[in-house]
Design a protein around this ligand. Structure first.
Ligand code: CDP
Ligand code: MG
Length: 136
């Protein structure tokens, strides 16, 4: 009975700008994730607004959408057992200042907005987010 899942990961503009994508991908592979598909893209503000729609009532929404569309990003489908939870653990807390030692956001994040990586937070959202970037 395997529990293989897929989750959506994004290497955000701050990390791509610092050329950290290979190092971050190595973290995923070393932690048992299979990178099933990936692409480098530069999305529009409208696309970012659509992607982060769940946050539209939040005060940080406009800046969040400007930021995600501010430069190239790497979107990836990651696969492993319990991929969604395991990726959230590997990423660490949203605010790099509060993230545990060894997590991606602790290692690479600059600030709560420039926190280097995104990861789906549930099976349902993982399906929607993979669809958003890969099945359109
Ligand atoms: O990314 P994560 O699921 O950990 O956090 P979220 O609560 O779903 O928020 C989405 C993204 O909004 C975060 O990754 C941050 O980049 C950004 N954010 C922010 O800029 N300021 C906040 N106070 C909270 C989140
Ligand atoms: Mg989230």
């Amino acid at each position: 009975m395997s529990n293989t899942e897929q989750t959506l990961s994004i290497i955000k503009p701050d990390a791509v700008e610092r050329n950290l994508q290979d190092e971050i991908k190595k973290n995923f592979v070393e932690n048992g994730f299979n990178i099933k598909d990936e692409k480098k893209i530069h999305i529009s503000k409208n696309e970012a607004e659509e992607f982060y729609k769940v946050h539209q009532s939040k005060p940080f929404y406009p800046e969040l959408c400007s930021y995600l569309s501010s430069g190239p990003i790497i979107v990836m489908i990651l696969e492993r057992q319990n991929a969604i939870l395991e990726n959230r653990k590997l990423m660490g807390a949203t605010d790099p200042a509060k993230a545990d030692e060894g997590t991606l956001r602790k290692k690479y994040g600059i600030s709560i907005d420039k926190n280097s990586v995104h990861g789906s937070d549930s099976l349902d959202n993982a399906k929607k987010e993979i669809d958003f970037f890969f099945n359109s």
